[in-house]
Design a protein around this ligand. Structure first.
Ligand code: NAD
Length: 354
């Protein structure tokens, strides 16, 4: 792709605040949006953060809902919407990872609430207009401008408690967004530059966080990378990698960030065959070949490397390849069931891609 092919830059509509101690900005941002009664959201695990935030918001918080769960179950969202209405809330404030931000989005699309979100993982939901919801064992995903949070507040201090294992897989989840931005059919030079800068931030920051999870400067690097990659996810179409992760998560129940972490060296290596120039910055950042460099980086950070360690069987791979290739979608390298089955085999066994 050259500049003469042209591109569209869609703009970035969310207001972003980044730094340390920025949780204190939640109240002023709620007021700036013209609201007075925020419903504070969290998972049960982060209920303590919600209590602290609600206390600091004082009269600006009308209550809390701390039942956010992975994959945004529709029944949980219905209870949250009922709480929102019962409490007379006029906006939502989410503190947590993709699960909590997903709940904020689910409420927002139903009641038109403004969202102030404070991400505490690197999964990247905060900058996107994407909502994935689950019901009866099925996960459906949609995009809508009303889903995108109005304000995103990154507070490095809140990431210090993120366990190392989740830190690593969540960061690789973010890197996967960045990789797919580089060849996105609706990508643009700004998002690509952000993705490459993000990879440099992860390359420097993540090993340092693994060595010392309380290293605030390294945590800041990683969180900055997460913002850049979340932006890419929010404004460019993803391809094979995200399709495979969605298939494995939706049909086999494997955990979100671990699946991204294991697959990204393999999907990147697969697509590098078709678009070596577009993916060369990945190899430049991580060293070696595109897939090999990512695999070595993941291994060095202690990431899981084999899908079989997530409980998948080899028979599952046949069905996964079938589901993932049932409907056509854009990807820089054409693929069929045989190619995807082979890719999954390598990811299942934990083989280092070349
Ligand atoms: P998560 O939000 O489920 O968090 C995992 C656990 O870690 C939770 O118990 C959470 O409370 C805890 N946690 C989060 N931050 C913490 C911190 N700083 N310290 C201690 N504990 C912390 O996991 P996730 O990987 O952030 O999000 C995964 C979900 O997000 C999936 O459902 C995925 O589909 C969704 N997602 C959506 C989008 C989108 O654009 N719609 C993008 C990425 C992910």
């Amino acid at each position: 792709m050259t500049l003469l092919d042209g591109f569209t830059f869609p703009g970035i509509s969310s207001r972003v605040i980044f730094g340390r101690g920025t949780l204190a900005q939640v109240g002023p941002e709620v007021v700036r949006l013209g609201h007075r009664r925020a419903l504070v959201l969290a998972t049960p695990h982060q209920a303590g953060e919600a209590v602290g935030l609600a206390a600091s918001l004082g009269n600006l918080a009308c209550g809390m809902f701390t039942e956010a769960a992975m994959h945004t179950p529709v029944d949980v969202s219905e209870r949250a919407v009922a709480a929102y209405r019962d409490l007379g809330a006029d906006c939502v404030v989410a503190v947590g990872g993709g699960s909590t931000i997903g709940l904020a989005k689910a409420i927002a699309v139903q009641v038109g609430a403004d969202q102030v979100v404070v991400p505490t993982t690197y999964a990247g939901s905060e900058m996107t207009d994407i909502l994935g919801e689950s019901s009866g064992g099925q996960k459906t995903t949609r995009r809508d401008p009303a889903i995108r949070p109005e304000v995103v507040i990154y507070d490095v201090d809140l990431t210090l408690t993120l366990p190392v294992a989740l830190t690593v897989t969540s960061a690789l989840n973010a890197i996967a967004h960045g990789v797919e931005v580089l060849y996105a059919k609706d990508g643009n030079p700004i998002l690509s530059a952000m993705a490459v800068q993000a990879m440099g931030a992860f390359r420097t920051g993540l090993p340092a966080v693994v060595a010392d999870p309380l290293d605030v400067e390294a945590r800041a690097q990683v969180l900055y990378g997460a913002w850049l990659c979340s932006t890419g996810l929010g404004y460019a179409a993803m391809a094979l990698h995200h399709k495979l992760c969605h298939t494995l998560g939706g049909s086999f129940g494997v955990p979100h960030s671990e699946t991204h972490a294991i697959l990204i060296p393999h999907t990147a290596a697969f697509n590098a065959v078709a678009v070596p120039d577009l993916l060369s910055p990945v190899a430049a950042v991580f060293g070696g070949s595109v897939g090999g460099g990512l695999w070595d980086f993941a291994a060095g950070c202690g990431a899981p490397l084999a899908l079989r360690d997530l409980g998948l069987t080899e028979t599952d791979l046949d069905r996964a390849a079938l589901i993932a290739t049932a409907n056509p979608y854009d990807n820089p390298r054409p693929f069929d069931r045989t190619l995807i089955r082979a890719l999954l085999q390598d990811a299942w066994a934990g083989t280092r891609p070349d």
